[in-house]
Design a protein around this ligand. Structure first.
Ligand SMILES: O=P(O)(O)OC[C@H]1O[C@H](OP(=O)(O)OP(=O)(O)O)[C@H](O)[C@@H]1O
Ligand SMILES: O=C(O)c1cc(=O)[nH]c(=O)[nH]1
Ligand SMILES: [Mg+2]
Length: 194
């Protein structure tokens, strides 16, 4: 799949949103990729995750375990693992910290790749990778569907994406006036209260 074909899947799913968004990192942006509009369609999800699995195989070889950060990483992690013939597990926040819960474990010697949905600053990915340091297995690298950092996010491990975009994101005290004029929404799950 070309970058344009992947982006067209997002576009035709209605997942390319414009407005004023507060991102997981606390940065503000006029653009939000609502990946759940892609993931609500299993056929569309299969197409993009098969392409991601192909890219992962090329970059890292065989994979035994895909680990993803909840919530957004769970569906693409599972679907990508299906195409890799790998297991799919996820980390979720316990007192704010990504943790392998539910009795999930990684066997000694397993070949592991982290799969994210979207990377903006890379913060969530780095938090997920930090959780994996506590567990056995060989971390081969990381992958995501869309890297919107323009290639600037540094995960500290080899990293592949299906699409690389450079989408503006601003510190909250440095918003352009046209963005500040719009009401802001925070679509993601970080810091959501029960
Ligand atoms: O690279 P970053 O700056 O960390 O931003 C990207 C992260 O933001 C979103 O997650 P979010 O925490 O909003 O919650 P979600 O997974 O429930 O959508 C997305 O799923 C990535 O995990
Ligand atoms: O940085 C984020 O939180 C983020 C950006 C984006 O475009 N989509 C998303 O789900 N999260
Ligand atoms: Mg997420």
């Amino acid at each position: 799949m070309t970058q344009n074909e992947v982006l067209e899947e997002f576009r035709s799913a209605g997942a390319l949103l414009e407005g004023h968004f507060i991102l997981s990192s606390g940065l503000h942006s006029p653009v939000f990729l609502q990946k759940m509009f892609v993931f609500q369609d299993p056929a569309r999800t299969e197409r993009v995750c098969r392409a991601l699995a192909d890219k992962i195989k090329q970059a890292f070889g065989p994979v035994d375990y895909v680990v993803s950060p909840a919530v957004g990483g769970i569906v693409p992690g599972y679907e990508t693992a299906r195409h890799l013939g790998a297991k799919a597990i996820f980390v979720e926040r316990e007192n704010g910290v990504f943790t392998l819960r539910r009795g999930f474990s990684i066997p000694e010697g397993a070949r592991v790749v982290m799969v994210e949905d979207i990377v903006t600053t890379g913060l969530s990915s780095r938090e997920c990778l930090a959780a994996l340091k506590e567990h056995p297995g060989t971390l081969l690298g990381a992958a995501c569907l869309i890297d919107r950092s323009g290639g600037k996010a540094d995960l500290g491990v080899p990293f592949v994406s299906l699409v690389q975009l450079d989408i503006p994101a601003y510190e909250p005290d440095n918003l352009p006036p046209e963005l500040a004029a719009l009401p802001a929404t925070k679509p993601g799950s970080r810091n959501l209260k029960a």
